[in-house]
Design a protein. Structure first.
Length: 117
């Protein structure tokens, strides 16, 4: 395994700051276990559409971010989305991890079955 540098830790912190700009969406993903990786950050999610790992890496040459979605469910395909601007990160992750068509109706239906005493 390649040793992480100050740049890697700085980039991971920078990505965390980007994610914090829309923290409510990030919380909706059930985000936990963030970890610094080479040129970026990875974290676990437990979203409505996907449970697994999200990897965000910075492409220095293109000055853009690359996203890799690794579902825990081996029947779901692994996805790579390349060349994202920083202001696209949260919305693109949300589209693949949590948000779906008729989102509010789906959530209301799923959670209407919960009976609170």
């Amino acid at each position: 395994m390649e040793q992480l540098t100050e740049f890697d830790y700085g980039m991971a912190d920078y990505i965390r700051q980007i994610l914090k700009l829309d923290i409510e969406k990030v919380w909706s993903w059930g985000t936990h276990d963030s970890e610094t990786i080479k040129n970026g950050l990875q974290f676990k999610v437990q979203g409505y559409l996907m449970t697994g790992t999200v990897k965000i890496t910075y492409d220095e040459v293109m000055d853009l971010f690359d996203l890799e979605l690794l579902p825990d469910d081996s029947t779901k395909p692994r996805k790579a989305i390349l060349g994202l601007y920083l202001d696209q990160l949260v919305s693109v992750i949300d589209e693949h991890v949590e948000y779906c068509e008729n989102y509010k109706e789906q959530i209301n239906e799923e959670y209407s079955l919960i009976v609170v005493p």
